[in-house]
Design a binder for this molecule. Structure first.
Ligand code: SF4
Length: 237
């Protein structure tokens, strides 16, 4: 069953330190009054324009195998490819902040207001990720309230375009989920429109399946190692 969830901008308001980190400003750095002012402006614009919404649909492992195979352009071995068969439940999802936020960012760039445009772009990226986190949490809560009673269960999301899952996988994901119903479409480049959107699969299963070794070929080029950060949060729960 497909479920559409409307969320409030307040629920996905980005944390200031996350936005600054996205801007490359270290956590302990002193921030100039000009940067602080830009942040405040971006925060107000985001609150006025964001209309976060998500769509979620559970999918069987056999159907997800088709989605995951996509256009056949994935790396031979990937975290998602290795763990989805071990999952108890899978759900495709897309979230978006809506068209108005992305349009406002574009307008600021067009007006050569680069400093504010960049700050708003960072704030919106963090908010889009928070929206995806919130959807992931809502799905996990609904599973735990229902039949999924696994002890030490872990629920994490993964997206095409990362960790060996080729971005062209978006096409099959869109065919199954139809995020057009929340106003998200796919460009020929496989980027989403509006840009501040996130899509992927939420994998629910034994927590250990998310603890894969980071020995895939592409991990050597990875600068963020973001999977380790997510894993620490999962095991801290
Ligand atoms: S190290 Fe980087 S590329 Fe490798 S699985 Fe983790 S996040 Fe993905």
């Amino acid at each position: 069953m497909t479920e559409v969830l409307e969320l409030s901008p307040d629920e996905v308001r980005p944390e200031r330190h996350d936005v600054f980190e996205n801007q490359g400003i270290p956590l302990d750095a002193a921030v100039s009054p000009q940067i602080a002012r830009l942040y405040s402006q971006a925060e107000i614009i985001l609150a006025d324009t964001a209309a976060p919404v998500g769509v979620l649909c559970e999918i069987s492992r056999s159907d997800f195998a088709i989605v995951y195979r996509g256009e056949g352009r994935n790396e031979p071995n990937t975290p998602v490819g290795d763990i989805f068969e071990l999952a108890d439940r899978l759900a495709l999802f897309t979230v978006t902040l809506g068209a108005e936020t992305s349009a406002e960012i574009a307008r600021r760039f067009d007006a050569n207001d680069f400093a504010l445009a960049c700050m708003l772009d960072s704030a919106a990226s963090v908010a889009a990720d928070k929206t995806a986190d919130l959807l992931e949490r809502r799905y996990a809560d609904s599973l735990r309230r229902g039949e999924w009673q696994r002890e030490n269960g872990g629920v994490l999301r993964y997206s095409p375009g990362y960790c060996g899952w080729h971005i062209s996988g978006q096409r099959k994901l869109f065919e199954f989920l139809r995020p057009e119903q929340i106003g998200v479409t796919l460009r020929d480049s496989f980027l989403m429109e509006p840009l501040k959107s996130v899509s992927g699969v939420i994998v629910a299963g034994p927590r250990e399946i998310h603890n894969f070794p980071i020995t895939y070929g592409f991990c050597k080029q990875c600068e963020t190692r973001s999977c380790r950060q997510r894993l620490r949060a999962l095991f801290a729960d």
